[in-house]
Design a protein around this ligand. Structure first.
Ligand code: NAD
Length: 456
């Protein structure tokens, strides 16, 4: 892979380090987006039937905003961060200097095929790295578009798009990178981590899993349902942080389901297949996988359930109390099917969640501070979001990432910059006033003095 040699040379010659280069590349990416807005919408429509508004909010504008914020803060983020120095190392100065790793590999998933590669790339370039971008082959239109546009706008000696499927990616992963950020499934995450371990390459893994949603007794059901329907059925449920299933307090089941049905009709009409705003499933394999969740639990279907193979359409579907051992409750759904499980208390919901892998996102709708505190203290998740779904993604002051099986490491805003930087500690001593107290021979007096100073 000759291009890797070129990237390494660029990095070693210091091309990517000046702030001016980093900013120029971020602005080139901004130009790429601005000048190709419609082509981007067309590619997202072709791959996922993503409507213009969702494409704008969750992909196009999302990356533009990321660039804007990064360009604004890059000088501050790159500066050495001064920290105190203890008396034992005085006189001296200590600081932490962010430095780029070198050549980083960014691998994205197909569900937000633009955002999931460009947003990490913004952070990687801001931190001064060379980048190999590997878009998902399943979103083939977006992958092809990025492969044709990026070389036209960005420095080809430092940023390369590498397209391909399993075979090509397997070959790519044999190469030595200085950092890898992978977004996708847990299984491939393990493959990536195994490959990285051959070269002791550090990784950030942005994975998925089942993100639960607790509906407490005490909530505004109308707003809850509106927000939940939006977060779940956005992109036809193919969102890593979509609420996967609901744990509803039994006393709320009937009005909650009523509110969900109303919200569904309000957002997608009586027939979601006719809605311009409702997406389609990425490919036949995923269509069959999700359809099977419905057909194997058809007695639990309380709304929706219609599928159309030709269009890869799956109606927004609600299931009430499906079998806990069925696929829909043991695997990540990643589609427009929402199981609702009744529980008797928040404690029961917490136990249910804690018996499973740590989620990427955990949602809770409640007005009860005591219960909110209980969930906050007794559960672990990538993010906890109270009284809304998915929306926390817009806050780049928060790190985004998983914990346990939902991933490791994080990005967004300065968190992304720091992820792609080695935070190098530097201690700079003075030759002046070299107290011999730490040198042998370790006399009694020196030991006494040392103990006194160490306490300061
Ligand atoms: P995918 O099939 O697009 O795969 C992701 C990447 O892995 C692609 O670049 C692909 O080429 C590569 N890949 C696939 N199989 C491989 C193999 N055998 N060897 C090497 N590379 C391989 O996406 P996916 O895995 O279907 O993604 C869906 C999953 O991603 C879900 O679990 C979802 O929750 C998760 N996800 C997480 C985030 C996040 O930010 N945490 C975002 C989106 C999706």
């Amino acid at each position: 892979m000759e291009f890797l040699k070129t990237l390494k040379t660029s990095f070693n010659e210091g091309k990517t380090k000046p702030l001016s280069w980093r900013k120029s590349q971020l602005l080139a990416l901004k130009r790429l987006l601005l000048e190709n807005e419609n082509a981007i919408y067309d590619a997202l429509k072709a791959d996922l039937n993503k409507c213009k508004f969702e494409s704008y909010v969750s992909e196009y504008q999302y990356v533009l905003k990321d660039i804007k914020q990064t360009v604004k803060h890059i000088a501050k983020w790159s500066k050495p961060r001064h920290v105190g120095t203890p008396i034992l190392a005085q006189p001296g100065r200590s600081s932490i200097r962010p430095e780029p790793y070198g050549t980083v590999l960014i691998m994205g998933a197909w569900n937000y095929p633009l955002q999931l590669v460009l947003s990490p790339m913004v952070a990687a370039i801001a931190a001064g790295n060379c980048v190999v971008l590997k878009p998902s082959e399943l979103a083939e239109s977006v992958s092809a578009l990025l492969a044709s546009l990026i070389p036209k706008y960005m420095d080809q000696d430092a940023v390369v798009v590498y397209e391909g499927g399993v075979e090509e990616t397997t070959a790519l992963l044999k190469q030595r990178f200085d950092y890898i950020m992978y977004t996708g499934s847990e299984n491939v995450g393990k493959i990536v981590m195994r490959a990285a371990s051959e070269h002791l390459t550090p990784v950030t893994l942005e994975l998925g899993g089942k993100s639960p949603c607790i509906i407490d007794k005490n909530t505004n059901l109308k707003v809850t349902a509106d927000r939940l329907v939006w977060g779940k059925f956005l992109n036809a449920g193919q969102t890593c942080i979509a609420p996967d299933y609901v744990l509803v307090n039994r006393s709320q089941t009937v009005p909650f389901i009523e509110a969900l049905k109303n919200a569904l009709e309000k957002q997608y009409g009586k027939d979601a297949q006719q809605s311009d705003d409702y997406g389609r499933i990425i490919n036949a394999r995923h269509f069959v996988r999700i359809s099977d969740y419905i057909s194997s639990q058809k007695d639990s279907v309380i709304a929706g359930g219609t599928v159309n193979e030709h269009e890869k359409y799956i109606e927004p579907t609600l299931l009430l109390n499906p079998s806990l051992s069925s696929g829909v409750m043991t695997e990540e759904i990643f589609g427009p099917v929402l199981p609702i499980i009744e529980v008797d208390s928040v404690t029961e919901a917490i136990d249910f969640i804690n018996e499973r892998e740590k989620p990427l996102a955990l949602y809770m709708f409640s007005n009860d501070d005591k219960n909110i505190k209980l969930v906050t203290q007794r559960t672990s998740s990538g993010t906890l979001c109270i009284n809304d779904a998915v929306i926390f993604m817009v806050n780049h002051n928060l790190p985004f990432g998983g914990v346990g099986h939902s991933g490791m490491g994080s990005y967004h805003g300065q968190w992304g910059f720091d992820t792609f930087s080695h935070l190098k500690p530097i201690m700079h001593r003075s030759f002046w006033a070299d107290a011999p107290i730490r040198y042998a021979p370790y006399t009694k007096l020196k030991q006494k003095l040392f103990k006194l100073i160490a306490k300061l």
